[in-house]
Ligand binder design. Structure first.
Ligand code: TXA
Ligand code: MG
Length: 329
């Protein structure tokens, strides 16, 4: 199969035709690129799992471009859930709600709930509106690979497996949406993201974060290894440890991923091959996946700074811990 990358202007009609015909289309969102299909068409949904090599027991979230669609896809939407929706949608958040009968089991993987996301990216909105359908979409990477934040990331990973990628530039948020379960009386964050617990607590009063041992995996995806680069990755707790790990692995072609100030902290580190992720945590969030893509292409061992646990840095560290399998130096 030939995989095309087209701008919205060139490709919107084709994208709509593919979706209505039961096929898949990759499209940009502000978080990461998604691989979309008609959420109401079981056979189309199956094509997503096939193209990604994704286990069928891992549910998909549904993307909308109009809040009215929520009441078609979900039932028993509480006042608290509406408050979260009104505060953060469109934006980098997915809200888990009780699903309505129209959501196929293929989307929800047999769960009684469904994740709803209203992306703020204008290409995503125009694409979903033009389809006139709810679009289910996971990140547009093959299962266990790094999520894509540019059309070329999608192309490199999925070429030959999907017909079309809509161009939307680089994703400005850079990591997947915050997932909050609003289907029970105690709202719980299942996946951290750009919408932080502090931001949610302002609307909800109180919110639980998912942490510690997973006894019953509420976000089924949590039990799979995710966001893994092709080569080994470790987290360095200090500049000294980063330099030492670099020297210890010099034969593996190492690279250091860090913020500008971390890189400037030592002459020795400046001389190491490194990728500067930017000056602040939002920049790090925007650049982290792209840097991991670049690092796995050109290097053989990735050493990443520990960004701490304040605000969005904590969400970024959630992805880095998964990519590194918890390995530290
Ligand atoms: O930013 C994002 O959320 C991106 C863009 C494309 O929108 N999408 C994304 O989808 O990250 P995916 O499939 O890669 O991650 C969605 C996560 C999975 O871990 C899945 O297990 C979980 O959401 N999930 C989906 N439906 C769920 C549900 N009903 N209850 C709990 N977790 C759910
Ligand atoms: Mg994913």
């Amino acid at each position: 199969m030939d995989t095309k990358i087209l701008t919205l202007e060139e490709g919107l009609d084709k994208a709509v035709e593919l979706i209505k015909g039961g096929d898949v289309v990759a499209f940009p969102t502000e978080t990461v690129y998604g691989l979309g299909a008609n959420a109401l068409d079981k056979e189309a949904v199956k094509k997503i799992f096939l193209a990604k090599g994704r286990p069928m027991d891992n549910p998909l979230i549904i993307h909308i471009a109009d809040k009215a669609m929520i009441d078609e896809l979900a039932v028993d939407v509480t006042a608290q859930a509406r408050a979260v929706i009104d505060a953060f949608m469109p934006g980098p958040i997915t809200v888990i709600l009780k699903k309505s009968a129209c959501v196929p089991d293929e989307v929800s993987a047999g769960l009684s709930t469904v994740g709803i996301r209203y992306p703020s990216h204008c290409v995503a909105q125009k694409f979903i509106k033009a389809c006139g359908l709810p679009i289910c979409a996971p990140s547009a990477n093959t299962s266990t690979k790094i999520s894509p934040t540019s059309s070329s990331h999608v192309y490199e990973d999925m070429k030959g497996r999907i017909p079309l990628i809509l161009e939307g530039g680089e994703c400005q948020v850079g990591i997947e949406s915050t997932i909050i379960d609003m289907s029970t009386s105690s709202p719980t964050i299942l996946r951290p993201g750009a919408v932080t617990p502090q931001m949610l607590a302002q609307v909800l009063g109180e919110v639980k974060t998912f942490s510690g041992e997973i006894v019953v995996a509420k976000a089924p995806g949590m039990k799979y290894r995710h966001y893994a680069p092709d080569c080994e990755m470790v987290v360095a707790s200090s500049v000294e440890n980063a330099v030492k790990a670099y020297e210890d692995h010099i034969d593996d072609k190492p690279v250091i991923l860090a913020k500008s100030d971390f890189i400037c902290a030592a002459n020795k580190l400046r001389d190491c091959d490194h990728i500067d992720l930017g000056a602040d945590d939002s920049e790090v969030m925007r650049n982290i996946y792209s840097a991991m893509h670049e690092a796995q292409c050109s290097y053989g061992y990735i050493i990443c700074q520990d960004f701490g646990d304040e605000g969005v840095a904590k969400s970024v560290m959630n992805r880095i811990e998964k990519a590194s399998g918890g390995k530290r130096v």
